[in-house]
Design a protein around this ligand. Structure first.
Ligand code: AP5
Ligand code: MG
Length: 190
């Protein structure tokens, strides 16, 4: 069982590359953003809370996110499968807790794929996606705030995962195919 974190700023291609990995390697995909958007769409209590943060481009509180993640990891759908974590962890606390949560389940993070893309390109991608899909947080004000939150709260994880030898930087500005090939090489090396 491999456990991969796909890491990077909003719009860097985490979801796009996760789909490729699911097709090629059969990973179980945990996208915390998708889990939360699903709750919002279903109008659950959690969805109502999550919406107040997501619509402003803020992170939902760590405790809440960690509870959701632990429950997901204990679901039958995940048992015995390799996992790709997309959009989690996003704070140093989430990363530290992920280590503990995985250790308790005889798992560990095997590699962290960091998709690196300049902010101007991220904004352009997200504005385009907003027009195509209507995703609620893909408007210029919220995008700018998401990027600020990324740089302040999430980017420090690059150092965390560089220091423990897991971080693999990948140029996320290339084509989807070129990036997918490079990620596949990293995963085959584990
Ligand atoms: P989340 O859903 O994780 O969103 P995000 O990090 O902002 O990232 P995106 O999903 O927008 O982008 P992506 O990297 O998946 O890129 P994609 O492949 O779609 O989180 C949303 C919110 O939920 C957060 O703001 C927060 O409020 C909350 N949340 C989630 N997780 C949380 C956590 N752990 N803790 C606390 N709060 C949490 O690509 C983007 C676009 O670019 C697409 O249109 C795609 O077609 C295009 N594209 C992709 N790759 C390429 C390429 N190589 N070349 C050209 N175009 C490309
Ligand atoms: Mg995504």
């Amino acid at each position: 069982m491999k456990n991969i974190v796909i890491f990077g700023a909003p719009g860097c291609g985490k979801g796009t590359q996760s789909e490729r990995l699911i097709d090629k390697f059969g990973f179980y995909h945990i996208s915390t953003g998708e889990v939360l958007r699903d709750h919002i769409a279903r109008g659950t209590e959690l969805g109502k809370i999550a919406d107040t943060y997501i619509s402003k481009g803020q992170l939902i509180p760590d405790e809440l996110m960690l509870d959701i993640l632990s429950n997901l990891l204990d679901s039958e759908a995940v048992a015995g499968k390799s996992i790709i974590f997309d959009g989690f962890p996003r704070t140093v606390r989430q990363a530290e807790e992920l280590e503990r949560i995985l250790r308790e389940r005889d798992r560990q993070v095997d590699t962290v794929i960091g998709l690196e893309v300049a902010d101007e390109m991220l904004v352009e991608r997200l504005i385009n996606r907003g027009k195509e899909t209507g995703r609620a947080d893909d408007n210029l004000d919220t995008i700018k705030h998401r990027l600020e939150v990324y740089h302040n709260q999430t980017q420090p994880l690059q150092e965390f995962y560089t220091n423990n030898g897991l971080y693999k930087a990948i140029d996320g500005s290339k084509t989807v195919d070129a990036i997918a090939d490079q990620i596949a090489l990293e995963i085959e090396r584990i």
